[in-house]
Design a protein around this ligand. Structure first.
Ligand code: DX5
Ligand code: ZN
Length: 218
């Protein structure tokens, strides 16, 4: 699945920017609070409005402190998937359960320096693992191939039947990096600048999808 990130879109025209990628699978919405990351973007009111403005499933990526308190509200607002950071969470399992009770998929995200091994058991309560392939906070950064072993590890656990998860990658995904992520076992690909920086965002989504498919089957 391809999930364009509206972080790289024009925030004054979000409905149009969502329409511009109506061939995507999810619309990735980066929520930042200027505490967990050194950037401030948007919050619940914008997600509530976006929900009415597009038919695309919303993939909310919460880069915020105290997600235990705030994450279920995004599920209640109609997000399809709500991902929060393990580094910020106090009780990831309870928060995942609250998200699922509110009707969304629950996602757990790890920053590049956060190992996966300590969370393999906790991940049984989740639908999505979001492996950050840049330091969270900003679009347009360079892809960190050194985190791909975490994608491989997660995929092995899914193949072995220990976990049932989407394995999502976020950060620096573009034509020249998506294949490596797909080969490692990712199946959801966030792309901000590679989609919204393109002359034709729809065509960029198609091109990324084709490359990822080729790498998964080939
Ligand atoms: C970064 C965000 C990403 C960002 C990706 O903290 O989580 O979703 O939009 O942007 P690109 O694809 O430009 O790296
Ligand atoms: Zn993101």
């Amino acid at each position: 699945m391809i999930a364009p990130s509206i972080l790289s879109a024009d925030f004054a025209h979000l409905a149009d920017e969502a329409d511009a990628v109506d061939n995507a699978d999810w619309l990735h919405v980066d929520v930042m609070d200027a505490h967990f990351v050194p950037n401030l973007t948007l919050g619940l009111p914008v997600v509530q409005s976006l929900r009415k403005a597009t038919a695309l499933p919303l993939d909310c990526h919460l880069m915020i402190d105290d997600p235990d308190r705030w994450a279920p509200g995004y599920a209640e607002a109609g997000a399809a998937n709500v991902t929060f950071h393990v580094e910020a969470a106090h009780d990831p399992v309870q928060t995942a359960r609250a998200i699922r009770r509110a009707g969304a998929l629950a996602g757990l995200s790890v920053k590049p320096g956060t190992p996966l091994e300590p969370y393999l058991e906790v991940l049984k309560e989740f639908d999505t693992l979001l492996v950050m392939t840049v330091e969270p906070g900003f679009g347009g950064q360079k892809f960190m191939a050194e985190v791909l072993p975490k994608v491989r590890l997660a995929r092995e656990h899914v193949r072995a039947g220990h976990l049932r998860l989407f394995v999502e990658v976020d950060g620096g995904i573009a034509d020249d990096t998506i294949e490596a992520a797909a080969e490692a076992g990712a199946d959801v690909f966030v792309a901000g600048s590679a989609v919204y920086g393109a002359d034709d965002p729809r065509a960029a989504v198609e091109a990324l999808r084709a490359r990822a498919r080729g790498a998964m089957t080939g």
